[in-house]
Design a protein around this ligand. Sequence first.
Ligand SMILES: Cc1cc2nc3c(=O)[nH]c(=O)nc-3n(C[C@H](O)[C@H](O)[C@H](O)COP(=O)(O)O)c2cc1C
Length: 292
Amino acid sequence: MAMTLRIEGYWLASGILGLAGSTLRRVIDAGADAVVTKSIGLEPRAGHPGPILTTSHGGLINAVGLSNPGIVAFSEEMRALADAPVPVVLSIFGRTADEIEEVAVHAVEYGPDGIELNLSCPHAEISQIAHSPDLTHTYVSRVRDVVKSPLLVKITPNASDPVAVGRAAEEAGADAVVAANTLRAMKIDIYQRRPVLGNKVGGLSGPPLFPVALRCVYDLYGALSIPIVGVGGVSCWQDAVEMHLAGASAIEIGTAVLTGLEIFQRVKQGVYAYLQEEGFSSVSEIIGVAWM
Ligand SMILES: Cc1cc2nc3c(=O)[nH]c(=O)nc-3n(C[C@H](O)[C@H](O)[C@H](O)COP(=O)(O)O)c2cc1C
């Protein structure tokens, strides 16, 4: 690890394939340009009771609840990724500013190529942080003080003003904003007449999230100077091109990875063919062009 993290290419989004370093390796072999780990907190955490995952309207609703082994035990998985040929971004969260700072101090010891702050899981108690520009500023500043490597801040489409939250992250020293996490959602079993998920409410991902994430990226691009990593519902090269046109420098892919790891190659080949056909020589020429 410890290579330069360039905000470009097609990355694995946080949490999709669980925790194991060996699984992330398979994604790297399949062509991901970087991988983001599951979000890790200070203590081991079991997560929400099942069911934790259901389908809806062509997407997924998950209420995993940030299950993870805690930052100390996670050293093992990070060791398995030590000689990864692409950047490894370690995603972290904390329930308080003190806690996230402590997690960050441990996290940098593992030498990740970047740190992604999850301030925005919609079905855990941290969900409120990225609703507030002030709280976001506090959390990002605390981590910035102890993290010299690239710092990415993941925000939520559930916030009433994602742009204000993105601005706060930028002012507090973030190197990039990741937009966005899942959208608060639920499903009800009509025969049991009860919510399907153990936690009742979860986060919507996959194709139905795409237009919402795209709008976040577009709005943020118009307001921020730091790069934006687009994430949410990207499942084909056309979606990736749209995300770039809205303003995304890099793109994370999550739910679509569950349909097959070849998604990374398919998206890349499609984007490059589009660029060639349309007379562009690189992705950088189309970033944010929908604004012009
Ligand atoms: C099962 C599952 C687990 C997730 N876990 C995390 C997580 O630990 N941390 C995080 O920041 N985002 C997590 N996410 C959100 C994704 O990283 C991503 O932001 C979201 O799913 C939207 O992208 P997609 O539509 O491409 O999946 C999770 C999503 C799913 C479906």
